[in-house]
Design a protein. Structure first.
Length: 133
C-alpha cells in the first residue's frame, strides 16, 4: 500500500522550480538525473508528481517506503525554502487520498500542459542510462 502526501506551494515562478526539485530527488534516490522537465517521476518504490499552475506548485509523493517518502518531502521542502520566490512557507504536508491533486483547481475548458503529464521512469544507476520516455 502506498503512503500519499501532498503539499501546495505558492511561488513566483512555479515552472522554473520543477527542474531543480527533479534533480534533487534524482540525487536523493541515487537515480540518474532526468534532463527533461516533466511532471511525473516514476521511482522504484513509488512516484512523485509535480504540477505547476499560474500561482504555485502542487507536489504529491506516493511511496511504499516511508523513509523514501520522508526524504523526498524533506528535499522538496528544502528546495522550496531556498527559493527566494516562495511565498507560503513553511510547507504544509498532508495525507492525500489518491484521487488526484486537491490543491489545484482547474477551470473547465482550460487546457494546459499539466492536464496530460508525461511520465518518466528512472532506473537505478547500475542499469544503463536510466531514461525511459
Amino acid at each position: 500500500m502506498h503512503e500519499i502526501w501532498e503539499a501546495y506551494a505558492i511561488v513566483l515562478k512555479p515552472a522554473e522550480l520543477i527542474p531543480s526539485i527533479i534533480r534533487q530527488i534524482a540525487d536523493l534516490t541515487k537515480m540518474e538525473e532526468c534532463v527533461d522537465c516533466d511532471t511525473v517521476l516514476s521511482l522504484q518504490d513509488g512516484r512523485v508528481l509535480l504540477r505547476a499552475d499560474k500561482r504555485g506548485i502542487m507536489i504529491r509523493v506516493e511511496g511504499k517506503n516511508p523513509l523514501l517518502s520522508c526524504g523526498i518531502k524533506s528535499v522538496v521542502t528544502s528546495v522550496l525554502g531556498r527559493s527566494s520566490g516562495v511565498i507560503n512557507l513553511p510547507l504544509q504536508w498532508r495525507r492525500g487520498n489518491g484521487d488526484g491533486f486537491s490543491g489545484i483547481r482547474r477551470s473547465p475548458g482550460v487546457a494546459s500542459k499539466a492536464a496530460a503529464p508525461r511520465v518518466i521512469g528512472l532506473a537505478p544507476e547500475a542499469s544503463g542510462n536510466g531514461r525511459v520516455a
